[in-house]
Design a protein around this ligand. Structure first.
Ligand SMILES: [Zn+2]
Length: 275
């Protein structure tokens, strides 16, 4: 086969693999790695993070994280089912943990593995604030933002096609996974998402919190508090990867009525009290 033909074939193959429409954004996104390949790596990393940290259990805060997480997961499932996406969460294994740490951080790994650090709770301030953060982080996972970054790394390293064929236990796959999600050996350090991914996560996040009966008006208030806390010499992890600009806050204010209209389709007309 000529080089030209090989390249054409490669492009066809890549285009074919990458044409997966994301139900949350309606956009075609790159997904060289299937959930079945990706999730086991994420689950193993999640367990490692838990084993290296002090996981809080049996407190009202730990219970709150579980409760909010479950409600956001149910909201995601209801939204997906209503949009003809039954089975989208098939391989998800939701887990919601609170980690004892001064770090201002929270994240959701592929497959629904969520961690909140106690250091972010004062900024969340109340359960609705936790729901706003939870919705945002879950949205990154549902929209496969990390997976898209991982796919981009495959292209960069020329592994796209070969990578897709046999990845499961490949060391290279693990390396690219760690690199794409920013996982160090000790501390899970989150890599910043692109601005467009942040905007997507903000939108999906407020919809999810509203469907879960948390008042979406509180999202903008949360990010105002984030903004007030982002000063200082070394901004904490979450705040450095999630700059809270006036644009972000005003976008969230505009999204809140839309989220309420969406939640109404699911019978939600009142919200839990903010306290
Ligand atoms: Zn984010």
């Amino acid at each position: 086969m000529s080089l030209k033909k090989s390249i054409s074939l490669l492009i066809v193959v890549i285009t074919f693999i990458s044409c997966a429409t994301n139900p949350f954004t309606g956009k075609k996104t790159m997904a060289f790695v299937s959930n079945k390949q990706l999730f086991p790596m994420a689950f193993a990393q999640y367990n490692q993070v838990l084993s290296e940290n002090n996981v809080v259990t049996g407190t009202s805060d730990a219970d709150m994280i579980t409760r909010v997480g479950q409600r956001i997961a149910v909201a995601a499932e209801r939204w997906l089912n209503a949009n003809g996406q039954q089975g989208y969460l098939e391989d998800y294994k939701w887990e919601y943990k609170l980690i004892e740490s001064e770090q201002v951080n929270a994240w959701c790994m592929p497959g629904g593995k969520i961690a909140f650090y106690t250091g972010i709770l004062p900024i969340a301030q109340n359960e609705t604030g936790v729901a706003a953060i939870m919705g945002h982080e879950v949205a990154h996972a549902l929209a496969n933002h990390g997976q898209q970054r991982m796919s981009a790394a495959y292209i960069q390293q020329g592994l796209a096609v070969a990578g897709n064929v046999a990845l499961a236990n490949d060391q290279r796959a693990l390396g690219i996974f760690n690199q794409s999600y920013g996982i160090g050996s000790q501390v899970f350090g989150m890599l910043p998402f692109s601005r467009s991914h942040e905007t997507e996560a903000d939108k999906i996040g407020v919809y999810l919190m509203a469907i879960a009966e948390y008042n979406p008006d509180e999202a903008a208030e949360l990010w105002k508090r984030m903004k007030a806390n982002s000063g200082g010499q070394a901004p904490p992890e979450f705040l450095s990867t999630h700059p809270s600009s006036d644009t972000r806050i005003s976008n969230l204010q505009k999204l809140a009525p839309k989220a309420k209209a969406e939640a109404k389709k699911f019978g939600v007309t009142t919200y839990r009290p903010i306290n």
